[in-house]
Design a protein. Structure first.
Length: 235
């Protein structure tokens, strides 16, 4: 605000009014601090949003990894069974290359190996072993002389359900083993499936049994050195 000031020589002088410089400095400093607060708040919002995106993405990756456990477990069982079924043999005088339990939960067969000129038939059995939560583990047992010589539990795979079934072609041109199984990420109860990322995976695969016809022929079998390492185990 302007005001009149007396002069020493007489007369009056008009001076423009103004604010105290210290008050102006304090006001400027207050405004700058407010800007800083807004900038910090904006940065916090950006950081919080980024953390939320990373956390959500991590949960999705974790669920995908858990799903992979079930998938890899099913593929592991498929690979193991396919190896044995490709090397299956038939003992002379018995019908069929495989024996499957009435409930479809266990299977026995002869696996062929060659020891010089001899053909060895080694009994192999697959069966399911229950877990604490009511699921199953697959057990592969190799027999020699009527007793178990090797036993392996595929512990890394949790099975919710599994069944074996044999299919014979209409004209007898081929035999197939059909395996249906459902694997889980972990040994959990049925009511926990789908909760906290627990998933399951179902798979059905068909394997043609390449049965050597000469092993099943009574006339040809007499001319071959076939060593049978015991009967097929009970199912």
């Amino acid at each position: 605000m302007s005001s009149l000031k007396p002069m020493k020589s007489g007369g009056w002088r008009l001076e423009a009014g103004g604010q105290d410089p210290r008050r102006s400095t304090r006001a400027f400093r207050s405004g700058f601090t407010l800007i800083e607060i807004l900038v910090v708040a904006t940065l916090l919002v950006v950081v919080f949003t980024a953390l939320t995106i990373v956390f959500s993405g991590g949960r999705r990756m974790n669920r995908a990894a858990q799903l992979t456990v079930a998938v890899n477990g099913a593929l592991l069982i498929q690979e193991q069974l396919s190896i044995d079924l490709k090397q299956i043999g038939v003992r002379p005088g018995i019908l069929g290359p495989v024996q499957i339990a009435p409930d479809g939960k266990s299977m026995a067969m002869y696996r062929t190996s060659f020891d010089g000129p001899a053909i060895r038939l080694k009994p192999v059995r697959y069966r399911l072993e229950p877990t604490r939560q009511g699921n199953f583990k697959l057990v592969r047992e190799v027999f020699e002389g009527g007793s178990i010589s090797r036993s392996r539990v595929i512990r890394e795979v949790v099975i919710q359900s599994m069944s074996f079934r044999e299919i014979i072609g209409r004209l007898g041109e081929g035999r197939y083993v059909v395996v249906t199984l459902t694997t889980l990420d972990d040994d959990i109860r049925p009511d926990q499936i789908g909760v906290q990322g627990h998933r399951r995976f179902s798979l059905m695969f068909l394997s043609k049994v390449p049965v050597p016809s000469n092993l099943g022929g009574a006339i040809i079998s007499k001319t071959q050195n076939i060593v049978v390492e015991g009967p097929l185990p009970p199912l």
